[in-house]
Write a protein of this length. Structure first.
Length: 198
């Protein structure tokens, strides 16, 4: 049996713009990890992360819905099959893009502010977890409270400094930034002078 199909319909311009947007949020999603690889550490402030969380959730939701809309549009135009595997793949991709939109909102806005108008500041964080072994591309690390591990992990911590820490310890991190976050250069105990980063 021969199936006759017409010429493929050209995608509308908004689909191409959405594709570029998805690429951008994907790059911004992995930016904190890339910065850690090149030994540049970015930490948003817990207060800013909490304040912008609702906006970040809305951005993530809008990103996911736009992805589903685009899949529906492509399916309608190009007659993509409605098999369960294709549907599941579309849902997983849109869920991943929602996560990218969420995290990129929390990290990008304060990072741009720090680059454009930052100055040397200090910011207090609370230790949530101490990694007992080195992490790839990060070295010895501690996770900070009220921040996601994706963007709330302090890398390259000196072993002798880690011995002084426990969950609940307060540390003061210094570096270039604003009240929204900073590029970490050094850390010390909040109640002492011992530093913990090379």
């Amino acid at each position: 049996m021969t199936t006759v199909t017409g010429p493929a319909t050209k995608l509308p311009a908004y689909c191409k713009w959405l594709g570029l947007y998805y690429l951008l949020v994907g790059v911004l999603m992995v930016l904190p990890t890339f910065l850690n690889v090149v030994h540049i550490q970015w930490l948003p402030s817990p207060a800013f992360a909490s304040q912008i969380r609702v906006i970040a959730l809305l951005v993530g939701l809008a990103t996911s819905l736009s992805c589903l809309l685009m899949f529906k549009h492509i399916e309608r135009i190009r007659k993509v099959g409605k098999d369960s595997q294709g549907f599941a793949a579309a849902l997983l991709l849109c869920l991943f893009l929602a996560v990218c939109g969420y995290y990129s909102t929390i990290t990008t806005v304060p990072m741009v502010a720090a680059v454009l108008s930052g100055e040397v500041i200090e910011m207090t964080f609370t230790v949530e977890k101490i990694w007992p072994f080195p992490v790839k591309y990060c070295g010895r690390a501690i996770e900070l409270s009220y921040l996601s591990p994706h963007y709330g992990t302090l890398c390259g911590v000196a072993p002798e400094f880690m011995e002084q820490l426990h969950p609940g310890s307060e540390i003061v991190v210094s570096g270039r930034g604003t009240s929204w976050g900073l590029f970490a250069n050094n850390a010390r105990l909040a109640d002492g002078n011992q530093t913990g980063m090379p």
